[in-house]
Design a protein around this ligand. Structure first.
Ligand code: KG4
Ligand code: ZN
Length: 337
């Protein structure tokens, strides 16, 4: 089965074709980062308009790069939620119009399920069950994954998401939007040991996260610093270490609590090199295995939506053309396959 995947939940138009027999056949991505950079964050109305502009040419380009025509496509998967409502409506309208015209089924995919299953696109794909740490710009979640759709949320952020904390702290450091990757780059030049950031919510039981305190701590540290480049790099380093350390403490706890020995990291923050290196070292010591998607499938993309949708379509699921988009949609309300 060949499935066209459409991702438009935020500021990336992602289109891909996944084939249940031959894997990923093509994927195209258009990032709106430059459009939103002047505003220091995503402007929802501008995001919707840009998706409208880009989506059809990207579908054409994806089909062409796979060497396929519309008649080869067996189903369409689109991001139904969660995300920005206007942006979601562009992708879901496109998906439904194509499904209607091409007379094929369509399925609405949960964006975080897409992230969670993205490592399945890799040759070294994890087996079920596993613990998933989902760390993106909009969500931070620890999930017990027993199979596709069988998700129990073990913990989540009570305030900012991990990526959001990266972006806000980057802004305080004078870096452009989206600041996560730029902060990581600055941290590479930083030296450990100059600042001691807190490890929020690690001194009590439970698997919830809180990252807004780290941002406030960073704001105060930056305000009372000399503002020199090396100082800013040292602060970036200390912030990054605090986030990684906090995530690691919680992941060890989640593995222990669930009894699983596999950990999957996904979402934009899972692209962080220091995070990957730290977790890899910890996995050797801790006797667990760690998996993450390749860099391009960590941040938003169409491939993860095509993959997740393909699994659901193969299981006989489809979403009626009249169903609404879901800007808010609890992950553990999905049906297990
Ligand atoms: O998954 P994603 O593309 O979008 C959402 O679904 O939110 O994640 C984007 C987030 C942004 O906050 C971005 O700053 C962060 O992921 N991010 C990073 C890195 N690359 C992306 N954060 C830290 N280090 C990175 N290398
Ligand atoms: Zn995402």
């Amino acid at each position: 089965m060949k499935v066209l995947g459409i991702e438009t939940s935020c500021d990336e138009t992602g289109i891909a074709i996944y084939d249940s027999e031959n894997g990923l056949l093509a994927h195209e991505l258009y990032s709106q980062v430059k459009l939103h950079a002047d505003y220091g964050g995503v402007v929802p109305e501008l995001a919707s308009r840009d998706h409208v502009r880009k989506i059809v040419p990207l579908v054409q380009r994806t089909l062409a790069s796979a060497g396929l025509s519309k008649d080869d496509i067996d189903g369409i998967a689109y991001t139904r939620g969660p995300g920005l409502i206007g942006a979601l409506l562009v992708g879901s309208s496109m998906a439904r119009a194509l499904a209607y015209a091409w007379e094929i089924p369509t399925v609405g995919v949960h964006h975080m399920e897409g992230h969670l299953l993205a490592p399945m696109l890799d040759e070294r794909a994890p087996e079920f069950p596993f613990v998933a740490l989902l760390v993106s710009g909009g969500h931070s979640m620890m999930v017990d994954v027993k199979g596709i759709g069988d998700y129990t949320v073990m913990g989540e952020s009570v305030d900012d998401a991990a990526g959001e904390a990266f972006d806000k702290t980057a802004k305080l450091l004078g870096l452009d939007y989206p600041g996560g990757p730029l902060l990581a780059k600055l941290a590479e030049q930083g030296e450990s040991g100059h600042y001691k950031f807190p490890r929020p919510m690690t001194d009590r039981p439970g698997l919830d996260f809180s990252f807004s305190g780290l941002k406030t701590f960073a704001a105060n540290t930056i305000r009372s610093s000399d503002g020199e480049h090396q100082t800013r790099a040292n602060i970036a380093k200390a912030f990054e270490e605090a986030v990684i350390d906090t995530l690691l403490i919680k992941c060890r706890r989640a593995l222990k609590q669930s009894g699983h020995r596999r950990l999957v990291m996904a979402g934009g923050v899972a692209a962080n090199k220091q995070l990957r290196a730290t977790f890899e070292a910890a996995s050797v010591k801790g006797g667990f295995e760690v998996y993450y998607p390749s860099f391009e499938y960590c941040t938003d993309n169409g491939a993860m939506i095509a993959y997740a949708g393909c699994q659901r379509l193969l299981a006989g699921e489809s979403t009626p053309l009249g169903e609404k988009a879901m800007p808010r949609w609890p992950l553990d309300s999905l049906t297990a396959l």
